[in-house]
Design a protein around this ligand. Structure first.
Ligand code: G16
Length: 539
């Protein structure tokens, strides 16, 4: 029986980068989830007769939320839901299924790299029929709808058993429970040289994949251990847990410190990779060696010819404005276009749909290609393994060869967390008004050449987006400021800093960027406004 439930609006359901991301406690409020889902359905003209992909990363509250969404979908006339077994699909696998099955949309229940558990975060990412994150315009419309919603529809029915593969019916709605890994694995086999990677592992190459107790654990076991022959036990923290075993599932130098410690110890394997909560982010490490995500994008691009799917040539590349300019130098050498877009994967999608780019990436440990419309953690690790298999070089050697060819871009991101929202907004607004006055002046020995907000005009739909503030210095150094769109605890000010060196590749990035960090703090008056005299997190 379909029930229409009266409800009252919440005012805080503004969508972040591509969906809603909130503290679990917030989402547990009465009708909170239902309000958001019904608002989304209503905003997109209803879901009558539509097919959606629905799944998540297995975090706390996903099991309950998914059953609610199934029943709301049925009550709203959805034709079909495609769901990963036990409600699990990584974000890249979900994007792939969405495209492969020509579905109308996708809901991935995840707060991505944010922590899980009762005191952690919950989220919903909404993807449209192109397989990628919905536009800011749709997000805004959904938000407007959440402010006026009066009722939602839900089916009164028993929970659906998502542990069995196959097709089931809930009243008029078809539910297909699929193997979450099978189709994704087939796609990876088509892209990469699996035979070469098998030989690499057979030769004794030691590898660790850290799934951070999140969704890609079973993908890793299947792909790296069972299919490619990495040693059993190569996949660490392989079982997805609702609270990620207490980990903050963000694969970076801080939150994956256990892996970094292993890789800098004498027992380090030849290579390690890690993924985040929903499997779209990646970190790459060699023996006592870390590859910065910006470098990783540039290195993959420079080595595209080793990968069967790309060996006949690639189109352009794209990076977010906050990402280092390393990949631009590669694009220039290859004679292909390099687009600089605002942060948020959706900004790459038009470029991929219009065949302008093949690879894209972001400093926030996201790299991918046009095989899907999301970033893809396992794809990036397979890419590195394929290069190693083809060249016989180590992670460090591949990176050093790259620096020798193009110079090294020293790059770090400094985060100032938990800032009062108004203070953060004012800091950015005032900084923007002051930008022009910095030009031509020298701060701590660093001369500003130009400073302006980053404004992007999408070459396909001509839409204009403003995202972040850029300050350029002599000798190719740069500072970018922006506020995070994915935090759930006040505002996070992100300060991205890079400098470029053609000859000296062995500096400690923290030292290489120390003066610029001081300048960044002076220009934005960070200490005066936030009380913080140093960043909370450096990655
Ligand atoms: C999301 C988007 C990414 C974007 C990131 C930005 O990542 O998918 O494209 O780079 O947010 O995060 P912030 O605004 O905090 O810097 P994810 O992995 O959370 O989906």
């Amino acid at each position: 029986m379909i029930k229409t439930i009266q409800t009252t609006p919440y005012t805080d359901q503004k969508m972040g980068t591509a969906g809603i991301r909130k503290k679990v406690k917030t989402v547990l409020q009465k009708n909170y989830l239902e309000n958001f889902v019904q608002s989304l359905f209503d905003t997109i003209g209803g879901v009558q007769g539509k097919t959606f992909v629905l799944s998540g990363d297995g975090r706390y509250y996903n099991d309950i939320a998914i059953q609610k969404i199934i029943k709301m979908s049925a009550a709203n006339g959805m034709k079909k839901l495609i769901i990963g077994q036990n409600g699990m699909l990584s974000t890249p696998a979900s994007s792939h299924i969405l495209l492969e099955r020509h579905a109308d949309g996708g809901l991935t229940l995840t707060a991505s790299h944010n922590p899980g558990g009762e005191n952690g975060d919950f989220g919903i990412k909404y993807a449209t029929s192109n397989g990628g994150q919905c536009s800011s315009e749709i997000s805004q419309k959904i938000y407007e709808k959440t402010k006026t919603i009066k009722e939602y529809k839900i089916l009164s029915a028993d929970d659906v058993d998502l542990s069995k593969l196959g097709t089931f019916w809930l009243e008029q709605m078809e539910i297909e429970v699929i193997d979450p890994i099978k189709d994704y694995l087939l796609m990876m086999e088509e892209i990469f040289d699996f035979e070469a990677i098998k030989k690499l592992f057979a030769s004794g190459f030691e590898f660790v994949f850290d799934a951070m107790n999140a969704v890609t654990g079973p993908y890793g076991v299947k792909i790296f251990e069972e299919v490619l022959g990495a040693k059993k036990g190569s996949v660490h923290q392989a079982k997805p847990l609702p609270d990620f075993g207490g980990l903050h599932p963000d694969p970076n130098l801080v939150y994956a410190k256990h892996l970094v410690d292993l890789m800098y110890s004498d027992d380090a394997p030849d290579m390690a990779g890690a993924n985040d909560g929903d499997g779209d982010r990646n970190m790459i490490l060699g023996k006592k060696f870390f590859v910065s995500p910006s470098d990783s994008l540039a290195i993959l691009t420079d080595n595209y010819k080793y990968i069967p799917a790309y060996k006949n040539g690639i189109k352009g590349v794209a990076k977010s404005a906050a990402t280092s300019t390393a990949v631009c130098r590669v694009a220039e050498k290859l004679g292909i276009a390099c687009y600089e877009v605002p942060t948020g994967w959706k900004n790459f999608c038009n470029l991929m749909d219009s065949n302008r780019i093949t690879f894209c990436g972001e400093e926030s440990f996201g790299t991918s290609s046009s095989h899907i419309r999301e970033k893809d953690g396992i794809w990036a690790i397979l890419f590195w393994l394929n290069i190693i298999a083809a060249t016989g070089k180590s992670v460090e050697q591949i990176t050093r060869d790259f620096w020798a060819k193009y110079g090294r871009t020293y790059y770090l991101r400094f985060d100032f967390d938990g800032i009062d929202l108004d203070v953060a907004d004012k800091l950015m607004a005032d900084l923007e008004s002051n930008l022009k006055s910095f030009e031509g002046k020298t701060y701590n020995g660093c001369k500003v050449t130009k400073a302006h907000p980053f404004v992007y005009r999408d070459p396909v739909d001509q839409s204009e987006t403003k995202n972040g503030l850029l300050v350029y210095f002599e000798n190719g150094a740069r500072i970018c400021y922006r506020l995070s769109g994915t935090g759930t605890n006040g505002a996070t000010l992100r300060v991205y800093i890079e400098s470029y060196d053609k000859n000296d590749f062995d500096q400690d990035p923290l030292k290489a960027l120390a003066e610029l960090l001081k300048v960044a703090m002076i220009l934005a008056e960070i200490e005066q406004r936030t009380g913080k005299n140093k960043p909370d997190l450096t990655t």
